[in-house]
Design a protein around this ligand. Structure first.
Ligand code: GDP
Ligand code: MG
Length: 242
């Protein structure tokens, strides 16, 4: 197949940093779901574990749309998403879904999320609606920090969506001009909440789809308390300044 003339209908954007073990497994699982004309965009930030090379090999083998964006160094999730989204739009994707490489976002939910995007502007994979939840192995403390953190950001930003920090989200490409390409300021952890904020300000049709967040089994998390505090402060500024 001549890949350069091949336009995907749904593109899954996966940012990676040291996900060499997870990436082949998740691509395989997503490909086997039967989503029509699905493609992939992997945005790798020069992972020291060689994820970029693994991604290139997957791209060579994949029968369909598969692009790997190589960035030299770790530049944060927000900019990785935006580069991935831009590439998806350039390649005429109709639906764009972002998810992590580490199986915290269960691939099987993609089927419903992809279908919802036929009628909705945005679909948010949600831990905080009926049917959603977090890893049963989490301690009560960790569960409380997660749900209070989410509640705090909702309050701070005046958001209706229940899971404001979800990184499991899909967009109908027609809404991109309005929300992603013109407004976004945050690059780090606050990125998800900021997307939710602008989507609400623009009165987009948002659906939430429940999922259970499962802790990664392979590799290491990159989250830190400092990242969360910085995001809260920047989000507050966005709310105040509009
Ligand atoms: N390209 C890129 N991907 C990143 C970066 N930081 C994290 N990731 C990826 O983003 C996803 C979420 O990161 P993860 O460490 O699992 O965050 P956590 O689940 O919130 O602890 C995973 O697929 C990571 O490999 C980054 O700076 N650049
Ligand atoms: Mg993770």
């Amino acid at each position: 197949m001549n890949k350069s003339n091949f336009y995907p209908e749904t593109v899954i954007v996966i940012p990676t940093y040291n996900e060499a073990d997870n990436l082949p497994l998740i691509v395989k699982e997503i490909s086997s779901l039967g989503i029509s004309n699905v493609g992939f965009i992997i945005v790798d930030d020069g992972s020291p574990d060689g994820t970029g090379i693994v991604a290139d090999k997957l791209s060579d083998k994949f029968q369909g749309f598969f692009k790997v964006i190589h960035r030299k160094e770790k530049m944060g999730l927000g900019t990785a998403y935006v580069e991935g989204f831009m590439c998806a739009l350039e390649n005429k994707a109709k639906k764009i879904i972002q998810m992590d490489a580490d199986f915290s976002h269960p691939p099987k939910e993609l089927l419903s999320m992809n279908n919802l995007l036929d009628t909705k502007d945005i679909v948010v994979g949600s831990r905080y609606i009926d049917g959603g939840g977090v890893d049963p192995n989490w301690s009560l403390l960790r569960k409380s920090i997660s749900s209070f953190g989410n509640f705090g950001i909702r309050l701070l930003m005046g958001l209706e969506v229940r899971d404001v920090t979800s990184g499991f989200k899909g967009y109908n490409s027609r809404v991109f001009e309005k929300v992603i390409l013109s407004k976004l300021k945050l690059k780090g952890f606050g990125f998800q909440a900021e997307v939710a904020y602008w989507c609400q300000r623009e009165n987009l049709m948002i659906a939430e789809h429940p999922y259970i967040f499962i802790d990664r089994k392979l590799g290491m998390s990159k989250m830190s308390f400092g990242i969360i505090l910085e995001a809260l402060f920047k989000l507050l500024l966005i709310r105040i300044r509009g």
